[in-house]
Ligand binder design. Sequence first.
Ligand code: FAD
Length: 319
Amino acid sequence: MARNEDLEVLVCGSGAAGLTLAIDLARRNIAFRLIDKAPHPFAGSRGKGIQPRTEEVFEDLAVIDRIVASGGEYPPLRTYTPDGPVDKHAGIPPEPTPAEPYQIPLLVPQFLTERRLRERLAELGHAPEYGCELVGFEQDPDGVTARIATPGGERTVRAAYLVGADGGSSFVRKALGIEFRGKSLGVRALVADVRADGASSRVWHRWGDEQPERSVSLCPLHGTDLFQYMAPVPLDMDVDLSAEGLTALLHERGGQDGVVIREVSWASVFTMQARLADAYRCGRVLLAGDAAHCHPPTGGQGLNTSIQDAYNLGWKLAA
Ligand SMILES: Cc1cc2nc3c(=O)[nH]c(=O)nc-3n(C[C@H](O)[C@H](O)[C@H](O)COP(=O)(O)OP(=O)(O)OC[C@H]3O[C@@H](n4cnc5c(N)ncnc54)[C@H](O)[C@@H]3O)c2cc1C
């Protein structure tokens, strides 16, 4: 039985929230462990919009330069009308001010954002421990005793605090019995990272705009040769996530025949939810990120609020 009496914080989940918290704890010299049940980092683009407030957080964590270098600004939106393509450019942003130093949202695929966070964490001498699943915990007035399943068997770890940054299906939230109130929004969508022939990577393409539930879009992912393919799909539709299936759906919804999906590197179908945990804390156990709230992707709240939760928690745990 491995015990670590000096451990201050056990962070469960090394997504955007867990990584941000780990960097903040590392730079404050707080003893922590960051575990994740997955065998390796998540590979999908998912949350690609980085908002100005998150850029401020990244500046403070000394990752903003490499995040900017990894991505870029949002490209013009190209919609296809019966009269031909129409490009919509973003307006000129206001000048930065000390109160609002960042004005331009960034487009960075989430797997690159998380890679940059891991690089920063490595500079501070730490790394996520993959293949380590939190399977149980108990708390008392002095700390939390957690059980972790690892490839080498089950381990017991003692920490002053446990943070559940373990995503929307949070094991920690469920184990605490905290309600996750809200609703399913009745909207289902497919999202995929694809390589495509015949589509310019200088614009964000959207076809079928006149009927949003039959639209399909291809957004170039800066820093890669990929596009993020997104399309709403009916709740009961069998979705073919192969390159041929995605090409057929794109053509059916008005995409030009010249655009062909050649390769799919990641794909998912999800139902949009809007939910909020009844509490973010129960004694020495806290929730952060999607474990505490989840949003539809529109507006880019998920990734950004997860990072901001963790940033808000780091200094408080250190104190
Ligand atoms: C299609 C799509 C598009 C999106 N678009 C946007 C967008 O444009 N902008 C935006 O801001 N957000 C967007 N999001 C949301 C964003 O991806 C999430 O909000 C974000 O990943 C949440 O980060 P997190 O660290 O809280 O959780 P996650 O990224 O889910 O990480 C949780 C981690 O916990 C680990 N874990 C789970 N259980 C355990 C356990 N028992 N033990 C150990 N580890 C465990 C998991 O393996 C995982 O690595 C999008 C999401 C999707 C699906």
